[in-house]
Design a protein around this ligand. Structure first.
Ligand SMILES: [Zn+2]
Length: 292
């Protein structure tokens, strides 16, 4: 079953919603970074969120989320591009397993306190950048707060990742609901009721529910029209040539010393752990500056 997401508008034009199944994407991330369960849950929630946020607005070409925190996970960096390919990593993939009072993986404890940065890149317009404090550390609640505070759109974000005993990802997915202007109180009340009936997004995905079926539950009582269906997957678009950008940030002395000692420079891509080697000839040809 492929990962995909749908964007819908309710027939009464009061609610915009998105739902996603991201099991494959998150499982690939888990295998690539060998994350332990809490780290997989945190990374998987962020990857699912950035995939959906990237298709919320038609004009957005690229979206990135960055959580910098004082918790043991240290940081979560995720991004999605115009082909809806996502990639990401966490600062500490080897976290111990934290379990909370509800017997669930304790993402809140892993993330701790810190800040959430959102960047959206448009075609010709300047990028949109915003920063909010983390209010929960569960990521879904933090994004709900971000949408309400920064974008002033009352929203609800649900994200879930279920990890198997062998650390692989059993199910992952999520939804975003947004109220359009002048939505009446009666709609909000009914939505709140619907949301209260959902205990776990990841369990619903595990039961085999599709993004459409997930929205049938979340938007119960609100017929909707599907506006867009998009496939999404984990894919890193790094290359040897792009890696040279990192070398551009080093000073010439550092580069020369490493070349003298090692014979080459090595750059590791944080998003996929691929290593690229650069010898002097390649560096001289591609580095964007004078080389004496
Ligand atoms: Zn890469």
């Amino acid at each position: 079953m492929k990962d995909y997401m749908i964007r819908v508008l309710t027939k009464n034009k009061q609610i915009r919603a998105l739902a996603l199944r991201s099991t494959k994407m998150v499982d690939k991330a888990q295998k690539m970074h060998k994350t332990t369960p809490v780290a997989s849950a945190a990374l998987g929630r962020a990857l699912s969120a950035v995939a959906m946020m990237n298709v919320l607005e038609k004009e957005v070409k690229k979206t990135s989320l960055k959580i910098i925190s004082d918790g043991p996970i240290d940081r979560i960096i995720v991004e999605a591009n115009s082909k809806n390919e996502v990639r990401g990593f966490v600062g500490n993939p080897n976290l111990d397993i934290f379990i909370n009072d509800l017997n669930k993986l304790d993402v809140k404890k892993a993330v701790g306190e810190g800040e959430l940065y959102v960047k959206k890149v448009y075609g010709l317009k300047d990028p949109y950048e915003s920063k909010v404090n983390l209010v929960s550390g569960e990521i879904g609640e933090d994004l709900t707060y971000y949408f309400t505070m920064s974008e002033q759109i009352p929203s609800s974000v649900g994200l879930g990742v279920l990890i198997d005993k062998d650390y692989s990802v059993k199910a992952a997915g999520g939804f975003i609901l947004q109220l359009l202007p002048e939505t009446p109180e009666v709609t909000i009340k009914k939505l709140e009721e619907n949301l209260n009936n959902i205990t776990s997004v990841s369990n619903l995905i595990e039961e085999g529910k599709s993004p459409e079926e997930l929205l049938d539950i979340v938007l119960e009582g609100f017929p909707y029209e599907i506006k867009k269906i998009s496939e999404t997957k984990y894919k890193c678009n790094c290359s040897k040539k792009r890696g040279i950008e990192i070398l551009n940030t080093l000073n010439e002395q550092e580069i020369k010393e490493t070349l003298f000692e090692e014979g080459y420079l090595e750059v590791t891509c944080h998003f996929c752990n691929k290593k690229y080697k650069y010898d002097e000839q390649y560096i001289k040809k591609h580095l964007e500056r004078e080389w004496s």
